[in-house]
Design a protein around this ligand. Structure first.
Ligand code: FPP
Length: 259
């Protein structure tokens, strides 16, 4: 049975197995390969509890732990989460500092367990713009897990979809790529997500219905799942609900199948 930790209902310790009651309704044949999550609403959750915004981010880390475990249990190929956008620097210094420390603590604390769970962590974005010590931790985490064969866990930090495409174009020009040789496959290979399947499903919590510069290229044919639930309240059960919703979608990729 999927064990709860921290005394709260929103974080889970061990990876749930296929026969876990959590997965009772799962359609194993129609799961997405790659799920991307916009973890929104930490601030609103905190406000609702009469707490500081930073408490919302802290609670958000617990949620993330449970969702990663659930994604592993489901056997997803890739999970990508939006931790910090290129626009998030506009937030107050104290909040930005808090988030950087939170990422660092998270890595220090979760590294071993993620490695044991065969996770391959990878960071997306302009990593060189982050604090040097965090960059070092990120590089070490990637290196440690580089030989793993389980879920690819992408954490987008100092990430923007348009910024990613600018970096792709800059690299292509710098490397003297023949313009006629550029096709979709080549672009995909230059992205921060190189090697990952395209995004099948984007989940956004907390009510807003927009992409906010997240995975613009990768989400070209993604399905979208929006929920009013704030990220700290988003539970493994809600994630499984999104999988069930996805299983019922009619994906045509611009064609006429099933029409
Ligand atoms: C959006 O909520 C959330 C963020 C900008 C930060 C996301 C970070 C976490 C969930 C922490 C865990 C991440 C890692 C990788 C350890 P918001 O602050 O925009 O909420 P609001 O829209 O209600 O103000």
């Amino acid at each position: 049975m999927f064990k709860k930790i921290f005394g709260g209902a929103d974080a889970y310790k061990t990876v749930p197995q296929r026969d876990d009651p959590l997965f009772r309704e799962v359609d194993w044949q129609r799961l997405p390969r790659h799920v991307a999550v916009i973890m929104d609403g930490n601030g609103r959750w905190a406000k609702g509890q009469g707490l500081l915004r930073t408490a919302g981010h802290k609670a958000g880390v617990r949620t993330l732990k449970g969702i990663l475990s659930t994604a592993i249990g489901l056997g997803l190929e890739a999970l990508t989460v939006y931790a910090f956008s290129t626009e998030n620097w506009k937030r107050p210094h104290a909040e930005v500092d808090f988030l950087m420390n939170l990422f660092s603590e998270y890595l220090a604390r979760e590294l071993r367990e993620m490695h044991e769970d065969n996770v391959r962590i990878h960071f997306l974005g302009r990593i060189e713009g982050l604090p040097a010590s965090l960059q070092q931790q990120m590089a070490e985490a990637e290196e440690l897990m580089s030989g793993n064969t389980g879920i690819r866990f992408n954490v987008a930090a100092n990430y923007g979809g348009q910024d990613e495409l600018i970096r792709v174009m800059q690299r292509m020009v710098r490397e003297g790529v023949d313009p006629e040789a550029i096709d979709e496959e080549m672009v995909a290979g230059f992205l921060d997500t190189a090697g990952c399947p395209p995004v099948d499903l984007v989940i956004r919590t907390s009510g807003d219905q927009r992409l906010s510069n997240f995975l613009l290229w990768q989400s070209a044919y993604a399905e979208f799942y929006f929920t009013e639930t704030n990220w700290p309240d988003f539970r493994p059960e809600d994630f499984v609900q999104a999988m069930q919703d996805f299983a019922g979608r009619d994906r045509r990729f611009g064609g006429l199948e099933n029409k």
